[in-house]
Design a protein around this ligand. Structure first.
Ligand SMILES: *Cc1c(COP(=O)(O)O)cnc(C)c1O
Length: 457
């Protein structure tokens, strides 16, 4: 590997002078030394100085089989030699066709159509528009409202923010959004009832489902869809649902004739131990949103999977104007689809899902000692998705003040020690690639524990 010809100090200067980064307070960023990643290999990223970092957040939850993967690279260059892009508006391309066929084969039974886009937020935005349009096409235009959750995160475009529930990110845009009715966060409610250790109780699921049923009873006739992250709220700090929520929500949506949209953008592609998280409760949504891991974390690619019931409502003669008026320039991009198809091939050939229980179990064991830590308030795990809640005072359950950035300092200490992570509010996040080894898990946990000790002591 040749190092970049440009001096790292020069790159850092231009980074600060020209590049406005996402979710970043640039005034602070510009005063700090920041990571500039120049390459990746397996589960590691390398910065411009050549230092290696274990990618403990899968490059924002999207990398699946590691970086610079020979098979994914080959799939990409093979397609590149054919064509980089052609439109799918009224036309098609082989990788997009083959990927759609494969996705339908592996998706929960009943999802039979694939609508492509580029990012998770778009996949959600499309699901929301499809649900809204579906009810118009079947002659029930009064069903035009959405039901969502406190703490929900579905991406940052205006429609996706409208069905979100994170006031810190979303509050400022209130005047720009359409209104969605909100239910409590299932984890929030469960924890209120049973505390941080024993929250996963059937009674907590029942209590939440009762609230859902009350909302559907009162307003089901005007609700187009219930929008849920699939079993764990990611961006709010890795907040898992008590068992039974997804199954119960599916049954209630059927009973009150409301569509169920499941956002599997973070949970899809093995992250929770199954290919899709809704499989844990044998649930098929009407619309399912995929992104992040779909292309193995290589290229921006997302998809909204739909049931035949939804799809068929859009059929008609051209002049009926029932078609879904939505599309992007790069919808169904062949490079991205070719890599995604190979991503699924790796799952199959390497039996990736079969190898996950051992890793998940080992992670759980390595997390155990943290429960006794005076500055760890709660630990949350769903498969390879882990949230470690940092508290100033364990008995009071009190967080550090927002501006103190203690969690950020802990992540920073882990980065110094060669483990790349990034916190969410008061929660440290670990979400390694599926390809992480047991030895790497062990090292990751050692580094994190030491970083917590170092910063909080
Ligand atoms: C990341 C995420 C999104 C948004 O995906 P982008 O590709 O960042 O637009 C949507 N939903 C969930 C659950 C996510 O974690």
């Amino acid at each position: 590997m040749t190092e970049p010809a440009i001096d790292p100090a020069q790159l850092a200067a231009w980074d600060k002078s020209c590049f406005w980064h996402p979710f970043t307070q640039m005034q602070v960023y510009c005063q700090e030394d920041n990571l500039i990643f120049a390459r990746g290999e397996g589960n590691y990223l390398f910065d411009v100085h050549g230092k290696a970092y274990l990618d403990a957040i899968s490059s924002l939850w999207c990398n699946v089989h590691g970086h610079n993967h020979p098979r994914l690279n080959a799939a990409l260059t093979d397609q590149l030699a054919k064509v980089a892009h052609s439109t799918t508006l009224g036309a098609s391309n082989p990788p997009a066709i083959l990927l759609a066929k494969r996705l339908v084969e592996i998706a929960p039974k009943g999802l039979e159509k694939v609508f492509y886009s580029e990012d998770g937020a778009e996949a959600v935005e499309i699901a929301v528009k499809m649900a809204f349009h579906y009810w118009r096409n079947v002659g029930r235009p009064e069903k035009q409202h959405f039901l969502t959750l406190d703490n929900a995160y579905h991406g940052d475009t205006v429609g996706a923010v409208s069905v979100g529930g994170m006031d810190l990110f979303h509050g400022v845009y209130q005047g720009l959004l359409f209104h969605a009715a909100r239910l409590p966060s299932p984890y929030g409610l469960a924890r209120e009832m049973f505390g941080p250790l024993d929250w996963d109780q059937p009674a907590a699921a029942t209590a939440w489902l009762t609230q859902l049923e009350e909302a559907l009873m009162a307003r089901g006739h005007e609700i187009a869809a219930l929008v849920l992250e699939s079993g764990i709220q990611g961006a709010a700090g890795l907040l898992p649902f008590p068992a039974g929520i997804l199954r119960g929500a599916r049954e209630l949506c059927d009973q009150y004739d409301v569509l169920l949209i499941l956002d599997e953008v973070a949970t899809g592609f093995g992250r929770t131990g199954r290919m899709f998280a809704c499989e844990h409760e044998q649930v098929t949504p009407d619309l399912m949103c995929l992104g992040k891991g779909l292309s193995g974390g290589y290229l921006p690619l997302a998809a909204t999977l739909a049931s035949n019931r939804v799809y068929e409502a859009f059929l008609g003669a051209f002049g009926d104007t029932r078609q879904f008026y939505h599309g992007h320039t790069f919808t169904g991009n062949p490079l991205a689809c070719a890599v995604a198809l190979e991503n699924l091939g790796i799952f199959e050939d390497d039996q990736v899902l079969a190898g996950l229980p051992e890793k998940i179990q080992y992670l759980q064991e390595r997390l155990m000692p943290l429960w006794d830590h005076p500055h760890v308030g709660a630990l949350r795990q769903k498969g390879l998705m882990i949230g470690i809640e940092i508290v100033a005072d364990k008995t009071a359950g009190a967080a550090y003040p927002y501006g103190d950035r203690v969690e950020y300092a802990i992540s920073r200490a882990a980065v110094e020690a060669g483990v790349y992570t990034r916190p969410l509010g008061d929660t440290l996040v670990l979400m390694p690639p599926l390809s992480i080894s047991l030895a790497e898990i062990e090292r990751m946990m050692e580094v994190i524990l030491r970083a917590i000790d170092h910063v909080t002591s």
